[in-house]
Design a binder for this molecule. Structure first.
Ligand code: SF4
Ligand code: SF4
Length: 118
């Protein structure tokens, strides 16, 4: 036991002092979720498939919204998206003092707006 005490005393800590020292992202890690909204069709499949119901899609307002604090980072929405516009970064979301949703607005070109109104 004395041997273990001395060994632990001089060896490097097994844990990291997060967020001062952040573990680098690694291949296939499911970190922060984002949407390349310009490619999104606002079809709503991701919202329907999400087990946490943390995605909201409004075609009327051209909005795609994520509550990152309810997301369990399962990746189901990423796999289900027909446009492959959802992406998991390998790094996790930074710590925050205030809970905010990720709200992305899809800009519709004037030409498409005219077609939609016709
Ligand atoms: S499934 Fe993909 S294309 Fe459809 S609303 Fe979600 S992010 Fe957009
Ligand atoms: S990663 Fe999972 S929990 Fe998070 S938004 Fe996508 S489907 Fe929902």
């Amino acid at each position: 036991m004395i041997k273990n005490i001395f060994k632990n005393f001089v060896s490097k800590s097994a844990t990291r002092p997060y967020p001062i020292e952040v573990r680098p992202g690694f291949k296939n890690a499911r970190g922060e979720l984002d949407n390349k909204v310009s490619e999104c069709t606002l079809c709503g499949i991701c919202a329907k498939k999400c087990p946490s119901q943390c995605i909201t899609v409004s075609r009327k307002e051209n909005l795609w919204e994520l509550n990152p604090f309810a997301c369990v980072y399962c990746g189901i929405c990423v796999d289900a998206c027909p446009k492959s516009c959802l992406v998991h970064y390998t790094e996790h979301k930074k710590p925050a003092r205030v809970k905010t949703n990720l709200v992305l607005k899809k800009e519709i070109s004037p030409k498409l707006k005219v077609v939609a109104n016709a």
